[in-house]
Design a protein around this ligand. Sequence first.
Ligand SMILES: *[C@@H]1O[C@H](CO)[C@@H](O)[C@H](O)[C@H]1NC(C)=O
Ligand SMILES: *[C@@H]1O[C@H](CO)[C@@H](O)[C@H](O)[C@H]1NC(C)=O
Ligand SMILES: *[C@@H]1O[C@H](CO)[C@@H](O)[C@H](O)[C@H]1NC(C)=O
Ligand SMILES: *[C@@H]1O[C@H](CO)[C@@H](O)[C@H](O)[C@H]1NC(C)=O
Ligand SMILES: *[C@@H]1O[C@H](CO)[C@@H](O)[C@H](O)[C@H]1NC(C)=O
Length: 431
Amino acid sequence: MIGTDESMILYIRLFKTRKLIIPLLIIIILLSSFVIFQSINNYFDSIKQSNAYLQRQTPKLNSSFIQRAILIFYPSNQESHFLPEIRWLYRSWIEMMKYESKNWRTDLIIYTGEYSSSFQQLGCIINQKRLNNTERPQCRIFLYLRISKREISSLTQQQTILTHNGKKDLFNINIQRSILLYKKLKIYDYIDSVNIIAESYSTFEYYDFILKTDIDVFITSQFAKYVPLSNATLLVGRGGYSTQFNTRRLGRIARDMNWNYQNLTNVGSTWYGAPYVAQRIANIALDAMLYLYDNEFTSVEREKKLGVLLWPDWHYGVLSMYGTHLAVNHLSISEKLDIKKADELLDQSTTNKDSYDLEKNNRLHLHCWHTDKQFSKFQFKAGKYNDIHPRTLINDTSAQAYAMRMALESRLMTLDELGQYVHRISNNKTK
Ligand SMILES: *[C@@H]1O[C@H](CO)[C@@H](O)[C@H](O)[C@H]1NC(C)=O
Ligand SMILES: *[C@@H]1O[C@H](CO)[C@@H](O)[C@H](O)[C@H]1NC(C)=O
Ligand SMILES: *[C@@H]1O[C@H](CO)[C@@H](O)[C@H](O)[C@H]1NC(C)=O
Ligand SMILES: *[C@@H]1O[C@H](CO)[C@@H](O)[C@H](O)[C@H]1NC(C)=O
Ligand SMILES: *[C@@H]1O[C@H](CO)[C@@H](O)[C@H](O)[C@H]1NC(C)=O
């Protein structure tokens, strides 16, 4: 009968819908608890990272003689561009030392081509390694000839590897690789900030921990209170280059090279930890960069004719990131190096307005991102913040205000005053 058939169909339809509703509800519940779990998870990421990767200042740690150094490369021919950044980094280094144990030492080490009058005024000493635990914290200049200046004589085929007053025993230069780097990567901007770590191990081997970083950064007072969990650990900061495409592609390249790979992505250019581990990463990263140059980029890409067309999937401008990516993924397996991603602790934003964020989430280090939002290094250098008096920021504990105050104060102080400030702080340490 037709009626029965129709009700049958209706019944079946209802039954089908009901059968669908229950799994649907289950899916919705699962999804929403997943979303809640994820957001809680993100919220606790920074706390997880600080608990898992860092040792906090304790009376016992305070009483040990911990030696640290901040390492940067400074291009000496672009002073008007980079000196403001040196000033604010220097100012924040002082601020950090106010909260550091008297027994700890944190040097600021700058690899650069010239012992310019600016560095002399800042009180930096030249070509002197730290020799003991008690010497006051110092700004140290090591004269370093950048790759693009390492000309090869057409007569002798010899490469110049040192600056005029450079000291050979401070460096361990692999000449063959130095020549390759000159021939292939001399116009690549970021080669030197990796190369200093590979070549000048003897200048920083002494330290328990190093912070290898860029110039456009701020050291926070939290940095005074935390060191990596062990002297074999190295924390890497936040990078922003990974996509599914390049993660897979770099995995394929690692297979081609017979290297290990473990899908560790977005490895940043700031590293905080064991000098030995940093030096291994830098050495292997340079080899990887030369390999990528030869095998994975066309000359059109290398000559920047594509601009940013292929970003973020595959972009020559971040070659040093890809090199580091391959090195870190390989070494953490092949040499069992203890490398951890601390993307909530290092390379943090200078635009965060939350007044509890720096302290609560243990941000150790701020890095200027490409932004016009306050604090922006572009706006600062364009003089857009010159009307702000740094004293008005003194009670604001946000990352944004901290960066702004450090930068503005460093601008208002002379280089001599900054140098004397370090001297005062370090006098406290020698008592
Ligand atoms: C460690 O030393 C610093 C600087 O002297 C001090 O402010 C801090 O309270 C000390 N921390 C501990 C846990 O003793
Ligand atoms: C530590 O090194 C500095 C600089 O090299 C030196 O002046 C000082 O005398 C040394 N201190 C000790 C205790 O050896
Ligand atoms: C790391 O610390 C351990 C124990 O404190 C020590 O035995 C070892 O020599 C240290 N290693 C390095 C590379 O400093
Ligand atoms: C890396 O990711 C790829 C693709 O998602 C996966 O097939 C591979 O098993 C992963 N490798 C490791 C070591 O996790
Ligand atoms: C900062 O706080 C102190 C103490 O609460 C107060 O005396 C001072 O006026 C404040 N300064 C500014 C610029 O807000």
